[in-house]
Design a protein around this ligand. Structure first.
Ligand code: NAD
Ligand code: 6OD
Length: 484
């Protein structure tokens, strides 16, 4: 059986215990994973700290950028290995991993390598009390050792979204990928070696959250900052863990995102876009729309068109090129999603489609599949309308007036993303500007420009990453004031 190892100080090291890496498509064990105990996490942090003072710390910005481009080259050279590992770990369709996850991983390194070379800083000419001048300018320094803790839904994409800017700013990192999807973080270590990233700059520790590698990393006194993507409750636990050492944190957390569809939308475009927003990656994207609000004149037609989309999605083996919907990540997560399917019915919903588990008559029946599901008829206070489910499911509700849609969309403790579908761009701007979220798309969804601010409000996160926002999080500014 293959062993997925930790990567510490440039070496692949086994753990002190092992746990199983399961393929969600058929429940088979694909590898054992070496779990890092507190000592191994400590060794990784120590290696990362030492590396700050070595070759890595002496590279110029331009030299660092060249190495990051080489990491992107190495990812592209191993494209098929990354795709295969991501598909086996997550069960996502091979077409999705090939067009989204792996290309984005390489793009993350290229984007931040290019940005750090051109990023400017403020300077001010300041009048002194004696009528002369002083010059203020800021310099950018690395934070030090950054702890990076990531989830299972877009494992490589989300890991590199943080590793790339952290390294671009001159930090060293210790990453703790999700226990569900450990493979690509270790594979990335091979790419780092090939790109000439010095030992200790990129370290991987495998394990779980509480009382395991995740918590040991967040707690570690020599970790200078923690960046985390995952559930809001986990964010709260990590915040408690780091509070006493006053570390900077960046949190990208959960969502219960709304899509608002106006009667004047381009109907086919909106149906297609909302279907993607609900079902992509089996609904396991933090940006997915689980609340769909449709203006009454097109409500019935829209629900019917979305039903047809859901029922025509090709569910099956992630390895089939035409598969559009894979399994959920785990048996436990499937139980959670199915519990919401049951709850929706208990809360009085009408099932438009789905609500159960598909049958294949082959090994996929041992996988963690659910049917894509659409519900209507719930009151806005229903738990299924309020709580993040993180599956291929949405509730569709009608609205009459624009203000009503804005109110319902904003009536949530989350605030990650929204999408608005209208051909009236004045309305698009007006409604977008009233959304209490970090990201609003108009007539599109998950259309990404890596320079833009990304993050959420309320339970959806703290801070923004992306472009200069990432550079500002992953560096300390030292302002220098010189009396001239
Ligand atoms: P999770 O919070 O369960 O786990 C995420 C990571 O945190 C894992 O590596 C886990 O081992 C670790 N962890 C868990 N408890 C910890 C602790 N006490 N201390 C330190 N580390 C700990 O999340 P998940 O189930 O892997 O991912 C799904 C969630 O992530 C959903 O809520 C989704 O909305 C959210 N998410 C948000 C974004 C975003 O950008 N806002 C992106 C992707 C996923
Ligand atoms: O596209 C990104 O940069 C990003 N952070 C996406 C997050 C998706 C959540 O599941």
């Amino acid at each position: 059986m293959k062993l997925i190892r930790n990567y510490i100080d440039g070496k692949f090291v086994p753990g002190t215990r092992e746990f199983a890496d399961v393929n969600p498509a058929d429940g088979s064990v694909i590898a054992q994973v070496g779990e890092a105990d507190r000592n191994l996490v400590d060794t990784a942090v120590h290696a990362a700290r030492t590396a700050l003072r070595g070759e890595w710390g002496r590279l110029t910005v331009r030299e660092r950028a060249v190495r990051l481009h080489k990491v992107a080259d190495a990812i592209e050279a191993k494209f098929d290995c990354f795709v295969a590992a991501e598909v086996a770990d997550t069960g996502k369709p091979i077409s999705l991993a090939s067009r989204l996850d792996v290309p984005r991983a390489a793009a993350n390194f290229r984007a931040f390598a290019d940005l750090i070379k051109t990023a400017g800083l403020e300077s001010f000419s300041t009048e002194t009390p004696d009528g002369k001048n002083a010059l203020n300018y800021a310099v950018r320094k690395p934070l030090g050792v950054v702890g990076i803790i990531t989830p299972w839904n877009l494992p490589l994409l989300l890991l590199t979204w943080k590793v790339a800017p952290a390294l671009a700013c001159g930090n060293t990192v210790v990453v703790k990928p999700s226990e569900e999807t450990p493979a690509t973080a270790t594979l990335l270590a091979e790419a780092m070696q090939e790109a000439g990233i010095p030992a200790g700059v990129y370290n991987v520790v495998h394990g779980f959250g509480a009382n395991s590698a995740g918590e040991f990393l967040a707690q570690h006194p020599d970790v200078n900052a923690v960046t985390f993507t995952g559930e809001s409750q986990t964010g709260a636990a990590i915040m408690k863990t780091v509070a006493s050492s006053v570390k900077p944190v960046s949190f990208e957390l959960g969502g219960k995102n709304a899509a608002i569809i106006f009667a004047d939308c381009d109907f086919d475009d909106a149906v297609h876009g909302v279907s993607e927003a609900v079902f992509l990656n089996t609904g396991q994207v933090c940006l997915c729309a689980e609340r769909v609000y449709v203006q009454r004149p097109i409500f019935d037609r829209f629900v019917e068109a979305l039903r047809r989309k859901a029922e025509n999605l090709r569910i099956g083996s992630p390895l089939e090129k035409l598969t559009e919907l894979g399994p959920l990540i785990s048996a436990q997560h499937r139980e959670k999603v199915l519990s919401y399917y049951r709850l929706a019915r208990e809360e009085g919903a009408q099932t438009v489609t789905g609500g159960g588990v598909p049958k294949f008559g082959n090994a996929l029946d041992n996988g963690f599949y659910v049917q894509p599901s659409i519900y209507t008829g719930l009151p806005e206070l229903a738990r299924c309308v309020k709580e993040e489910i993180f599956g291929p499911v949405c509730h569709v509700a009608p609205f009459d007036a624009e203000e009503e849609a804005v109110h319902m969309a904003n009536d949530t403790k989350y605030g990650l993303a929204a999408s608005i579908w209208t051909t009236n761009l004045k309305r698009g701007h007006r409604v977008a500007q009233q959304m209490n979220v970090g990201i609003t798309w108009v007539n599109c969804w998950f259309l990404r420009d890596l320079r833009t601010p990304f993050g959420g409000v309320g339970f959806s996160g703290i801070g923004r990453e992306g472009g200069m926002h990432s550079l500002n999080f992953y560096s300390e500014l030292n302002n220098i004031c010189i009396r001239l």
